[in-house]
Write a protein that binds this ligand. Structure first.
Ligand code: F0G
Length: 364
């Protein structure tokens, strides 16, 4: 027992309790973000996601591969990093309502953070092309959800028009506060590795995230916190690859509904990130995406959603510099899209609760 009044050494578990008390992206990276003392912080403890080694993938490509598991964020995707900023700043400016178009994850995140802030949230989603888990999230968090009989690009254009006539804040990644928050993932990667990786593989949809990561890596590099910059390697789905093809895609199509986008808002940002980092934006087929989706679960025990697996599909298809360090960003949780997983496996028939039937059923 320490003597009364004695100065106590922190217990050995202090670093653990500090982790448990992780205050979220804004408090953790305050000096890198455009916030001030009067910004009301709306946080659900986002960020500080695992960066895990991927030994089997590493063997396959002959490089050290790590996975940034963004599905571990509060609503199950990287969007929470940007949404804590977008909603906090919207509330600071007096917003009473926010609106977004979404392929699912943005709507889930916006709905959650708006509910936390006590403001209204409206989301426009493409009818029939949003994973069930994401729809469930937007609805249960209490957003006003409207399905549009068209794709994401049209929904986003409706949102922009709405914002011209109504006093609502758009919380898509066209809102610069979103990208500010999302760059924090790059900071975490540099902190975990002690430097930037050689390459960063990332799925590209509306192209905000690759833009945000590149900003984050550049800022840490400029501040002397990293000695190098990673090659940014973006991957689009082949049926929705406007940046790769150099033209808008009118009817984008892919199993990876999260990145089913034909006119990315941050097109220039993605091109700039790829060009100035010595990286690229390439396409991966749905077949390659699904193979990577399954491989990540069976070989690395990470269950992500199909769009997220585009980063690993791209790495597997294009290879890595031998001996380099590569981070693949897994943007969303696999539980968001149970249908995509179930469609790849065989769901077993039920058997009677008798030992022979169970043994027979297990094929033992
Ligand atoms: N991965 C997932 C799981 C996503 O939900 C998204 C985008 C991306 C990757 C691509 O990121 O748009 O910054 O290039 N989802 C948006 C949404 C469009 O509405 O949830 P991006």
């Amino acid at each position: 027992m320490p003597e009364p009044g004695a100065v106590r050494e922190p217990p050995p578990s202090a670093s653990r309790s500090r982790r448990l008390a992780w205050p979220g992206v804004i408090e953790s990276y305050r000096e890198w973000l455009d916030v001030d003392a009067s910004t009301p912080i709306v946080s659900l403890g986002e960020g500080a996601t695992p960066l895990i080694e991927a030994p089997r993938l590493s063997d396959r490509v002959g490089a050290r591969v790590l996975l940034k598991v963004e599905g571990a964020n509060p609503t199950g995707s990287f969007k929470d990093r940007g949404m804590t900023m977008a909603i906090s700043k919207a509330v600071q400016r007096g917003a009473k309502a926010v609106v977004c178009a979404s392929t699912g994850n943005t709507s889930a995140s916006a709905a959650a953070y708006a509910a936390r802030a006590g403001i209204a949230c409206a989301v426009l989603i493409p009818e029939g092309y949003i994973a069930l888990g994401k729809l469930a999230q937007a609805l249960i968090y209490g957003a006003r959800v409207l399905q549009i009989r068209d794709n994401f690009d049209r929904a986003l254009s409706m949102v922009r028009q709405l914002a011209e006539s109504y006093p609502v804040t758009v919380v898509n990644s066209v809102n610069p506060d979103r990208l500010e928050g999302q760059k924090s993932a790059a900071f975490e990667i540099v902190e975990a590795l002690g430097d930037a990786p050689d390459a960063c593989c990332i799925p590209v949809g509306n192209a905000g995230n690759i833009t945000a990561y590149w900003n984050g890596f550049q800022q840490y590099h400029a501040a002397g916190l990293a000695t190098r910059l990673p090659a940014m390697r973006g991957f689009q789905a082949a049926g929705a690859a406007p940046i790769v093809e150099g033209r808008p895609i009118e009817s984008p199509d892919t199993i990876a509904t999260a990145i089913r986008i034909g006119r990315p808002a941050s097109w220039e940002g993605a091109l700039n990130a790829a060009r100035s980092s010595g990286g690229s934006v390439r396409a991966v087929t749905d077949k390659q995406i699904l193979a990577a989706h399954r491989l990540l679960a069976t070989e690395e025990s990470v269950f992500c959603e199909p769009a997220s697996a585009a980063s690993v599909a791209g790495l597997l298809a294009n290879g890595a510099e031998p001996g380099s360090t590569v981070v693949c960003v897994l943007t969303g949780n696999g539980l968001k899209d149970p249908d995509a997983a179930i469609s790849q496996v065989t769901v077993p028939d039920a058997v009677d609760p008798s030992l022979p039937d169970v043994i027979g059923g297990l094929g033992w």
